[in-house]
Design a protein around this ligand. Structure first.
Ligand SMILES: [Zn+2]
Length: 381
């Protein structure tokens, strides 16, 4: 539905910056309604899932008998994956293979957080340091698309590493930090118009081909087929989201991680990464009017962790001050080895949503199977 007049949901803080948003007669958006009707009944704030959780932990342990690891966990340094690592090791006694993908954009605070928890839990951390020339060239190609989904190279790298490790190590469980509590209101698909599926080699390669023709040296790719079909249905690798089986709040995560590991929280979700901080804190809201905090805060509002008024108050101020934004702009240009004028030329590109080749069918098939099996606990829009 296309809206010419501005409207905000009367329940959360999503608004017509999502051009597909649909309001009911009470002015409540479709996500809030779907949350009430489909998600909350099952999730119940993480309460009452003890049996499911115990069974899952038992299954993971059993699958890892005689092996060095019983699961895989990718640690970004963000709240969710860090809390999941804490629960997995300190509370559930799992033996995850813990890895971190260093795409060259980590802020020092993220590295401190990752090191602290791994040291205290006595975990051997595997750091995959990606070739920065590959990352830089891929990033430049994505800037030239004019699209909003500019984190695709980093996101793809992460997914591809998870896929690679799960096959290489023969581990049957991937622990994923996705959680209803802080993420149920997802970024709308309309905020990523034109972009192909992140975990799709065909899409990434077509962007590279059409913008500069760079050939990656050592970048590890995955495909939609491998990620959504081959690994889960043929190899039996399960991606599980156990944070949905435990009751917590965002504040409780912060308190636990600060108290146990001296964790330093970030000002905003994903602000552990220089590029993502720049994109989500400045580029997306300024160039496209997509303030990612609307989805993040809406998740906290609908799950009762914040009032709508408090969320609106936060949104009334920009994520970054002009000075912070200017500083980040300069840092990103420097890391990309381009002038600030060149970076600005991508900022002022016309907003045309060119489509690139992709294998979307594999994703849609995977999601369809999940939905038929009743396994999809997300709101996909
Ligand atoms: Zn809503």
């Amino acid at each position: 539905m296309s809206n010419s007049t501005y409207q905000t949901c009367s329940c959360c803080v999503m608004d017509t910056s999502d051009e597909d948003i649909v309001f009911d007669e009470k002015g409540v958006c479709q996500r809030c309604n779907e949350y009430q009707q489909r998600i909350l009944r099952w999730w119940n704030y993480g309460k009452g899932h003890e049996q499911d959780l115990n069974k899952l932990i038992g299954d993971i342990k059993k699958s890892g008998e005689g092996k060095k690891y019983d699961c895989i966990l990718g640690l970004s340094g963000g709240l969710d994956s860090t809390y999941l690592l804490h629960l997995a090791v300190a509370e559930w006694g799992l033996r995850p293979f813990v890895f971190h993908v260093d795409a060259g954009w980590n802020l020092p605070v993220a590295e401190r957080n990752i090191q602290r928890i791994c040291d205290k839990l006595n975990i051997e951390l595997h750091i995959e340091k990606l070739d920065f020339e590959d990352m830089r060239q891929m990033q430049l190609a994505f800037f030239q698309t004019g699209h909003a989904g500019l984190d695709a190279p980093q996101d793809h790298a992460f997914i591809a590493q998870v896929d690679m490790f799960s096959e290489k190590l023969g581990v049957k469980y991937i622990l994923n930090g996705y959680n209803i509590c802080t993420e149920i209101i997802a970024n709308p698909a309309s905020w990523n118009k034109g972009a192909g599926p992140t975990a799709d080699k065909t899409y990434i390669k077509d962007v590279l081909k059409k913008h500069g023709g760079y050939k990656t040296k050592s970048f590890v790719y995955t495909t939609g087929f491998r990620h959504k079909f081959w690994l889960p249905y043929v190899k039996g690798v399960k991606t599980v989201t156990p944070l949905n089986y435990v009751p917590f709040t965002k504040q409780k995560i912060i308190d636990t991680l600060m108290g146990e590991y001296g964790y330093e929280p970030y000002k905003q979700k994903h602000f552990e990464d220089l590029l993502t901080k720049f994109l989500e804190g400045w580029w997306l809201p300024k160039r496209f009017g997509y303030d990612i905090r609307k989805a993040q805060l809406s998740s906290l509002v609908v799950t009762g962790q914040m009032t709508r008024q408090e969320a609106l108050e936060i949104l009334s101020k920009p994520s970054l001050t002009d000075e912070e934004a200017k500083d980040l702009f300069c840092q990103v240009a420097t890391k990309l080895e381009i002038s600030e004028e060149e970076l600005m030329s991508y900022y002022t590109l016309p907003k045309q949503f060119v489509r690139y080749r992709n294998n979307n069918w594999a994703f849609n098939l995977g999601i369809k199977i999940y939905t038929i099996l009743g396994l999809d606990k997300r709101i996909r829009k």
